[in-house]
Design a protein around this ligand. Structure first.
Ligand SMILES: Nc1nc2c(ncn2[C@@H]2O[C@H](COP(=O)(O)OP(=O)(O)OP(=O)(O)O)[C@@H](O)[C@H]2O)c(=O)[nH]1
Ligand SMILES: [Mg+2]
Length: 187
């Protein structure tokens, strides 16, 4: 049987958990490009994605979800455009324990919205850290009114799968309603 392949992009600021999420849900060994951080990122973490992460989730016998994680740093933003080509949707991860991450998320969220207009979900990470910012506050800050904002711990496989599958479900529903509209005798 031929498998359908669907591509999704996972993006968001440095240290939000993009690489962690893909590593936890991929059914194949992940191709990653983590390099030693040299700039201000080195204050936060040792390694950072410089090009992409790539993993595959086998949703069922007929569907493979190909996951492309972006770098978080703006200096690699050319990769954001490259990786979004052909994607059916975008998962935006934001570190809710870090106000700077939430601010940077606004820039990244609007960068993708303005250029690619992909169906989206926002995954709010690090809610287990005391003093983290509430998901609702993040929604307001991003002006993400019609987008699901869901708490997610990328170190948890079930949480992470639930997040990407909720986006897949949205995409499938949108495609079905478009098809129904085209097939209707509206015209
Ligand atoms: N406590 C806690 N830690 C988390 C959570 N999500 C991610 N982390 C940790 O935060 C770090 C995130 O690192 P990465 O997955 O490399 O982040 P990234 O988004 O790929 O970052 P860049 O590639 O640098 O843009 C890891 O150490 C994770 O274990 C969470 O919900 N709670
Ligand atoms: Mg990464």
């Amino acid at each position: 049987m031929n498998k359908e392949v669907v591509k999704m992009v996972i993006t968001g600021p440095v240290n939000a958990g993009k690489t962690t999420l893909i590593r936890h849900i991929s059914d194949v060994p992940v191709i990653a490009t983590d390099e030693i951080a040299t700039d201000e990122v080195a204050n936060v973490k040792k390694h950072t994605t410089v090009a992409m992460d790539y993993g595959i989730l086998h949703v069922d016998e007929s569907l493979e979800l190909h996951l492309y994680g972006t770098p978080g740093q703006r200096r690699f933003d050319f990769m954001w455009d490259v990786l979004a080509v052909g994607a059916v949707g975008a998962v935006f991860l934001v570190d809710s324990s870090d106000a700077e991450s939430v601010n940077e998320m606004k820039y990244i969220y609007h960068y993708f919205r303005d250029r690619m207009r992909l169906p989206a979900v926002v995954g709010v990470t690090k809610q287990d850290i005391r003093g983290s910012i509430e998901p609702e506050q993040i929604r307001v800050h991003l002006e993400a009114d019609n987008v699901p904002v869901i708490c997610c711990d990328p170190r948890n496989k079930e949480d992470s799968k639930m997040l990407v599958l909720s986006l897949l479900e949205m995409v499938v529903q949108e495609q079905q309603s478009e098809q129904e509209f085209e097939e209707s005798d509206f015209f």
